[in-house]
Design a protein around this ligand. Structure first.
Ligand code: GRF
Length: 224
């Protein structure tokens, strides 16, 4: 037989609470063949999430588990984990998921939950990060893909992209510049995982073979 066998696709569970533009970038990368992954499930805690509409439009299995229906956070987490396991999810991808992940959830997916954060961690964890970056007078900000641990945006850093902060920036203009880079690096980080190139050593992530230094354009270096 001629030709190469299709590469194995990892099964993703994407968790999103909002508009889902990062979800869309992952869908697009899967469709373009630049990401060896299949979205097995899109799950939201928010019935109004645009991410659910995007899943529906792309015929991706979706689930809404409203956290307000659960008295205990642990019960909500268990319901989410059950859903992910039922679908055979191998990597959990948080894409604007506005709930903290409990220890019990983390134990089910050790170093298999990624998040994207719109700042250069460890600077500016938490919420309202573009405002914090502007108020701080930082000349550069960016975005970070990291593994999730029990802290707030504290897990091992996988890959980052840098953007300038301009004099005339508002939260909206800075957010838009960062979001453009998020859409670039999240599918890329997931592909590194799919290729088995990511090793976690304590707080440090090693990519084997390493990414070239400052790959991407000089104005938007991607650091991995
Ligand atoms: C992104 O800025 C992401 O970094 C943050 O939440 C936002 C989600 O945006 N965690 P979207 O829903 O993917 O458009």
């Amino acid at each position: 037989m001629n030709g190469t066998a299709p590469r194995k696709k990892i099964r993703l569970g994407v968790l999103a609470s909002g508009g889902g533009s990062n979800l869309q970038s992952i869908i697009d990368a899967c469709n373009a063949g630049s990401l060896d992954a299949e979205i097995a499930l899109v799950l939201s805690n928010n019935p109004e999430a645009g991410a659910l509409a995007r899943a529906r439009d792309n015929a991706i299995p979706l689930e809404c588990i409203d956290h307000r229906d659960f008295a205990q956070r642990s019960d909500f987490d268990r319901a989410v984990v059950d859903c992910l396991e039922d679908r055979g999810v191998e990597l959990v991808v948080l894409a604007g998921f506005m709930r903290l992940i409990s220890g019990a959830f983390l134990e089910k997916f050790p170093h298999r939950i990624m998040n994207i954060h719109p700042a250069l961690l460890p600077a500016f964890p938490g919420l309202h990060v573009q405002r914090k970056a502007l108020e701080s007078g930082a000349r550069f900000s960016g975005c970070t893909v990291h593994f999730v641990d029990e802290g707030m945006d504290t897990g091992p850093i996988i890959i980052q992209a840098v953007v300038p902060v301009l004099e005339q920036d508002t939260e909206d203009t800075l957010s838009a510049r960062i979001l453009e880079q998020e859409h670039r690096i999240y599918p890329r980080a997931i592909q590194l995982f799919a290729e088995g190139r990511i090793k976690v050593d304590g707080r440090r992530v090693q990519i084997e073979p390493p990414l070239p230094p400052c790959c991407g354009s000089l104005s938007n270096p991607v650091l991995g």
